[in-house]
Design a protein around this ligand. Structure first.
Ligand SMILES: [Zn+2]
Length: 214
């Protein structure tokens, strides 16, 4: 990954620490996703929340350039990640500290990986049309919430577990054991995102990325 120019040192360090933690404490999926991002030229940005309008966001650096590439060449996952950025809000780091930073990158990192997987599949669509991967926003958010929940369980610290319960990503059974709460995630996606598996699943990744060949 590469950092945008002009990122304050303290933010850069928080991001680097978060990636190191995800690689150290994450499960096999976290290590695959975050490892691929680290090995790629994916762009990391840090901006005020007034510009990000969320704790973090994932998108294409230039959908014009990406469309051009997809029209003329095949790209693999690593190259596809180089088309993608993740921006994290300064406030996510200032007020959420390391947990907020890790949580944003585990969630947005999954989006970046899914976007890149989609881009790679689109670049091969002439050869393998049935292999095209174009998840809906519902599916993207499902993947991101599940992996965030798994990460909270991996860390297994009270502040992470409490946040998971608060976000309905985790549940707790009668014996006190924490688990990733699929029903809770469905409810959260329905209430906070207005998305449902049997209803509006939201736009597809190709539409969100502004792909014209999809
Ligand atoms: Zn998301």
């Amino acid at each position: 990954m590469k950092f945008d120019r002009g990122i304050a040192k303290k933010y850069r360090k928080s991001v680097e620490d978060a990636f190191a933690m995800l690689m150290d404490k994450g499960d096999a999926t976290h290590k695959r996703v975050i490892g691929a991002i680290i090995d790629s030229k994916m762009l990391v940005q840090v901006k005020p929340v007034s510009e990000v309008n969320a704790s973090g966001r994932t998108g294409l650096v230039s959908s014009v350039k990406t469309n051009l590439r997809l029209a003329t060449e095949r790209i693999d996952l690593e190259e596809a990640l180089g088309e993608v950025y993740i921006v994290i809000a300064e406030e996510t780091i200032d007020t959420g500290f390391q947990r907020g930073c890790e949580g944003t990158f585990v969630h947005e990192g999954q989006h970046a990986y899914d976007f890149a997987t989609a881009l790679e599949s689109f670049s091969n669509r002439d050869m393998n049309p049935i292999g095209v991967y174009d998840p809906t926003l519902y599916e993207l958010e499902w993947n991101a919430h599940k992996t965030a929940g798994n990460y909270m369980l991996q860390i297994n610290k009270q502040e992470y577990l409490d946040e998971g319960i608060g976000l309905m990503i985790l549940g707790q059974d009668a014996s006190g054991k924490y688990f990733v709460n699929d029903d809770g995630i469905r409810q959260r996606l329905r209430e906070s995102y207005k998305l449902a598996e049997d209803g509006d699943m939201g736009p597809t990744a190709s539409r969100m990325m502004g792909l014209v060949f999809a």
